[in-house]
Write a protein that binds this ligand. Structure first.
Ligand code: BES
Ligand code: MN
Ligand code: MN
Length: 455
């Protein structure tokens, strides 16, 4: 794979310009207004795979957004790597907090600023370009398949059905995903754990209509106040979640592994400074790194009700709502936690309100066993291009399809992402480093080589 640096150097501008074109398509999966753009993005993805040299490039419609698949089978006796990624992006709002328009990429200080630059278009495109480079140099060492979906940011609701129905087509030995982070550009790392997710919505109903807060206030429960009480009772003063049974399936991480984890470079002062907070907060007895990786959480993502418009309106609202999510760790199960939450929320509801609980999407946590052989190939690839051994890390985000891939296809995933936590994914001013983009294109072919050699 020694050609790769030269290939990148020779094609530098084109490799970037092509990505910038993809970043101009607002493929926001959550908002129906962008449905045509999401479809256009799937077309562009498919076209890029075709041009790179893939066969059987297909766009499969689903009940939601389309799934793009492709493959290059060079020899059925050789191993097969399935590359997964997502071409959909999070909504860009609040748009006024962006310093440049989210779908008009600009390069500033060595970074590409655009929605999806890091999560996940920039990282998916590294796979396409690494594949192109190997094709152009007659160096593809094994079979490759691609599955690139358009619904990851909304819970991958239709991907499960698709992989169930296409087991044979997606058959592979290992799955390769770049949709996670490294610790720093000079501290490479490989993700060996992801948290799961349970996402709920609650409705709290008080009086049968909005009331004048002077005429009725003080004599009837305010559902927003009540919802706030209920929420705050769900985490105690030590940062423990009070939902009964919530911790029952949480695996204890051994002291030895925690000691190993504590060696991961992490600067608390820098962390606080970056976020503009004077103090951190979380579960008692755990470090910040542990709180975002090996421990579960409960967070309100949004809360609303009553009057939130201009000026003021005196009202005692009839209803209050919240979206509440929980990040899960092994061996918690998404459905079980959703049921526990629902029972708990109904149980703590005072008699003066009625509550409704809805389940949104969820996903299971993941751990990649340290003795999984393909992990060695990815570590070797990173060491080759970064000049340093990567550190195994567990990350706090979720990629629900990873657990499903293992269940349905029987294949484990290598989570070799190149983003940084400071890339503002899901936030205004999302960025992706040019260094990271090119480093990904450089590193991935080495994974293919080392992985093929060990089989
Ligand atoms: N790429 C992220 C997940 C991620 C980010 C993992 C950083 C590790 C480090 C993914 O696109 C994402 O945002 N996932 C959602 C899952 C959800 C919408 C079901 C998440 O984690 O909130
Ligand atoms: Mn992602
Ligand atoms: Mn995301």
């Amino acid at each position: 794979m020694d050609f790769i640096n030269n290939y990148i150097e020779t094609n530098k501008d084109r490799l970037l310009d092509e990505l910038l074109d993809l970043l101009r398509i607002p493929s926001v999966s959550a908002d129906p207004k962008y449905k045509a753009d999401v479809a256009r993005m799937a077309e562009a993805m498919a076209e890029s795979l075709r041009k790179a040299g893939a066969d059987n490039v297909e766009i499969s419609p689903t009940a939601g957004h389309p799934i793009v698949t492709a493959e290059k089978i060079i020899d059925p006796a050789k191993p097969t790597v399935l590359c997964y990624g997502h071409y959909d992006v999070q909504p860009a709002d609040p748009v006024d907090l962006w310093t440049s328009p989210p779908f008009e990429p600009v390069i500033k200080d060595g970074n590409i600023y655009a929605r999806g630059s890091c999560d996940d278009k920039g990282q998916v495109y590294m796979h396409v370009k690494a594949f192109e480079a190997m094709m152009q140099n007659n160096a593809l060492p094994c079979n490759v398949k691609f599955i690139i979906e358009g619904e990851e940011e909304v819970g991958s609701a239709n991907l499960g059905t698709f992989i169930e129905a296409n087991k044979e087509k997606l058959k592979c030995d290992v799955i390769l995903i770049s949709d996670t982070s490294i610790i720093a550009n000079d501290v490479p790392s490989i993700t060996v754990g992801l948290r799961g997710l349970t996402y709920m919505e609650v409705e709290v109903v008080g009086p049968n209509r909005d009331l004048h807060s002077g005429v009725y206030g003080g004599a009837v429960a305010n559902p927003i106040n009540t919802l706030c009480d209920m929420i705050s009772s769900m985490i105690d003063k030590d940062g423990h979640i009070t939902v009964e049974g919530f911790y029952d399936d949480v695996l204890t991480v051994s002291d030895e592994e925690r000691k190993e984890m504590a060696k991961t470079p992490f600067d608390l002062a820098e962390f606080k400074k970056d976020l503009g907070v004077d103090e951190v907060k979380g579960e008692k007895g755990y470090s910040s790194l542990e709180r975002t990786s090996i421990r579960p959480t409960l967070d309100v993502n949004g809360i609303w009700g009553g009057y939130t418009g201009e000026g003021s309106k005196t009202v005692l609202p009839s209803k209050a709502y919240a979206k509440i999510s929980m990040r899960l760790v092994p061996d918690q199960e998404s459905h079980k936690i959703a049921d526990l939450f629902e029972n708990h929320f109904k149980k703590i509801a005072p008699p003066y309100v009625k509550v409704k609980v809805t389940h949104h999407h969820g996903g299971e946590p993941v751990v990649v066993p340290m003795d999984f052989p393909a992990l060695q190939a990815s570590a070797k690839a990173m060491e080759k291009t970064f000049g340093k051994k990567p550190i195994p890390t567990r990350e706090g985000g979720s990629i629900p399809i990873v657990a499903l891939f293992e269940k349905v296809l029987g294949a484990k995933s290598i989570l070799m992402g190149f983003g940084l936590n400071s890339d503002n994914i899901h936030s205004p001013n999302e960025k992706y480093g040019l260094f990271n983009y090119y480093k990904g294109i450089e590193t991935l072919p080495w994974f293919f080589k080392y992985y093929t050699e060990m089989n």
